[in-house]
Design a binder for this molecule. Structure first.
Ligand code: PNS
Length: 170
């Protein structure tokens, strides 16, 4: 039986912290599907198609990793993919309460799916997509946090957003 796991998230944008979890999770599962959430309540920096495309690009060397978008409940997506496991990264104690609630809710919604936590590499324990967006918005150096290809896209998008804002003010 193929052991399929889902690694869900917003990935707006994907960071080295995510990639570390993807690499390690891909080693303990037969197949890892990165599930990119479509209906985020927040206004994303990148569209769902852009996020999927960027993730595909930076994970292309992992043979057993696929990237897909999903809408609705995570457990329904996991069931549709015959996954037995959801993978989440735990950075610090502050993540724990939300992650525990999420995993316990998902267990009630679908008893057949377990959540497995991988503790984040110490190197990336402080890192989050929102921190990367914030640094980039002030033109800070994000090369330590995301692959160069992603850094380039972030800089482009921030510039586009800024130009759009200025043109509205004119
Ligand atoms: O990267 P994030 O934003 O921390 O990921 C959160 C995610 C996508 C795992 C979570 O919001 C999610 O699973 N959303 C889908 C809706 C759902 O199933 N919610 C959990 C039960 S209330």
């Amino acid at each position: 039986m193929t052991k399929t796991a889902i690694y869900p998230g917003s990935f707006d944008p994907v960071t080295f912290g995510h990639l570390d979890i993807i690499e390690r999770a891909s080693k303990i599962t037969d197949e890892l599907i990165i599930g990119v959430l479509k209906n985020s309540s927040k206004t994303p920096l990148f569209s769902i198609d852009e996020r999927v495309k960027m993730l595909k690009e930076v994970t292309k060397n992992f043979d057993n990793v696929r990237v897909e978008s999903f809408d609705g409940l995570l457990v329904d997506f996991a069931k549709e993919k015959n996954a037995i496991m959801i993978v989440r990264g735990l950075r610090a104690v502050t993540d724990f309460e939300y992650e525990l609630q999420l995993s316990q809710t998902n267990k009630v919604l679908n008893k057949g799916i377990d959540t497995v936590f991988l503790t984040t590499n110490l190197k990336y324990s402080y890192l989050s997509s929102s921190i990367v967006r914030e640094i980039a918005s002030y033109d800070g150096d994000i090369s330590e946090f995301v692959p160069s290809l992603i850094a380039e896209k972030i800089r482009e998008r921030i510039k586009e957003n800024r130009d759009e804002q200025y043109s509205k003010q004119d």
